[in-house]
Design a protein around this ligand. Sequence first.
Ligand code: CUA
Length: 560
Amino acid sequence: MRRHLIDAARRGGALTTGRPGPGSDRTRRRRTLVRFGVIAAVLVVMLGVFGPVFAQAQIEIQDTNPYTTTDPKSPEGGKIQDLYKLIFWMGVVVFVFIQFLIVYTAMRFKRRRFQNTRPNQVHGHRTLEITWTVIPAIVLLIIAVPTISTIYSTYAAADDTDDAIVIEVYGKQWWWEVHYPAAGADSATGAEGDVVVTANEIRVPEDQKVVFKLYSNNVIHSFWIPEMTGRMDVIPGHERRLAFTPQESGTYYGECAEFCGTAHAWMRFVVKVQPQAEFDTWMAAMQQPPGVATAGYAPDGDVAQTPREFGQCLQCHNITGTNAVVAGAGIATDPTSYSAGPNLTMLACRDTLAAGLLENTPENLALWLLNPGHVKEGNYMYAVDAGVKNQGEPGALAPESVNVLVAYLESLRPDAGCPEAGTERGNMNTDALAANAAPVATPAPVVPAATPVGGTPAATGGAPAAGGPVQLEGIDINWTQKELTVPVGGTIDMWNGGVLPHNFAIEGYNDAAPVDLPTTGEHVMWAVPADLAPGTYTFYCEVPGHRQAGMEGTITITAS
Ligand code: CUA
């Protein structure tokens, strides 16, 4: 081919000049040098221009971007990053080599003036074809071997829970439920065997392998902490696992990486990596009942009881150490009713509300409770509306109720104060997030009252009005009176002062057919039947979960 081109150049008539002909060795060497020189110059210029830009960008990404994947903080993430680097640098080599070939070929074999013959064709050139089949195969092999071995070692690490802390995470719409099961326990279906249940904020000890078991019973989510390791899809009906060993204390941002509905973009969470001692302190704090600050908002100062205003919240939210223990948890919840909301244990100690959308301040909490649908479009708390008491504008809760709830929720912190918040880093701009949730038009967000509100139940049960019937009120979730004394032939005036359904049953007497207490608040006059012999009985609410939540007392029937 070269001979052919040289012949063509000769025919171009350059021989008439006095300088060395184009076919001479010196000329060819000079041309080759010029070609290499031009290519080298272009490469140097490109490096000079883009090198510092890339270097600077890399520094900025590592310093400020909490979603970077190029600076992993766990060995498992490091392995994936090594693969990425291998592929990237091989790609760079191939790219530079191909670009060089293109430029060189274009310069060396371009069509010369007066050259009208077709160059030699290389179709069917066996050596060439074998070469350009073998080279990519080798390239792919170099990528495939470490990739496959990394995949297998990653899965093996996630299957091995020895010496690892196991954390179960449930993808909900649109937030994350986090369970810390007791050692050896597997609580995939609910809260049984869990030491701590929380939401959207995952604490893990530093230098400790963590195995995440991931579940969903609604749609596919994807659990992703970019700075730690790769993402893992969370698929209904499957247990997916992800393991890593965080090596640096700090706060890391996570998010759902699979479109899962309206508020997918607001399905965020944080992972707080802490020294073991700080982590232990947090675990201990999370297992205590609410502290004395809570007493001011609980009926009769009993921190195990939630305020009346919390009644409708009980259907979806749990608070460890209180009677808010009836809502479903884990994948035991009905995926079609979206019935369960985040566990609110020690809510006051969390950094954010609504899965990373708002900074956790009393003002933002009020904003969120007043108009959840406005703050986070599509969330299911907005749907808790029709038919409830205190129906207000624009959300379901009246501002007075919101006031009580904010005060109560803000009091949910251990007596010793919130455990160490962990090192803050990154740039999740909660102010900007709050601004994103445009303010509600009316009413203005309320803040907690200076003095506790709602300290005592509104109605007092038990003592009959002079000569009147014994009074018994069911609220969410408790009886206002737990010791009743009624003479044979007497009457109990009972009603439901809460928003949840309740009923009245006497153990061993009418368990199968309890007296229904309508949520309308209507009074039910119940005459003690003649076949109920004098004695002391246990009475309770037969609605599932309510008895465990505290709706139990004793009734003594006295001979008249
Ligand atoms: Cu969950 Cu997107």
